[in-house]
Unconditional design. Sequence first.
Length: 120
Amino acid sequence: MSGNTPQFHLGDNVTIHGGHHNIGVQHNNGRAGEALPPEVAAMFARLAAEVAELARDSRVHEQDRQSLTETLPVLRHPASEEQRGRRNALLLLAGVTQSIGEAAAPALGLANQLLALISG
């Protein structure tokens, strides 16, 4: 990644320092309750604000507003979700915001940035 985009690695990390028959994997799955890096938490907070605004926009189709509203608990409290739950919410959000169009461009951009960060 380039520019001012923060770089984090969330996911499996395997390091082998010699030896034979090495078996083992350190799983960094972002378990529920673990603190997120401050920059990632701030991006989730900005995205939650964008999504809350879109969910109130009467120009957005009712079903899309409902889908947006369903992602808000995860966006507002991402550390309370496992990585899979955060990723699923972001994927849903990316699809919905893409279908909304120009009005949802800031939310789509943030969702895509977060997906890239948490997907490694």
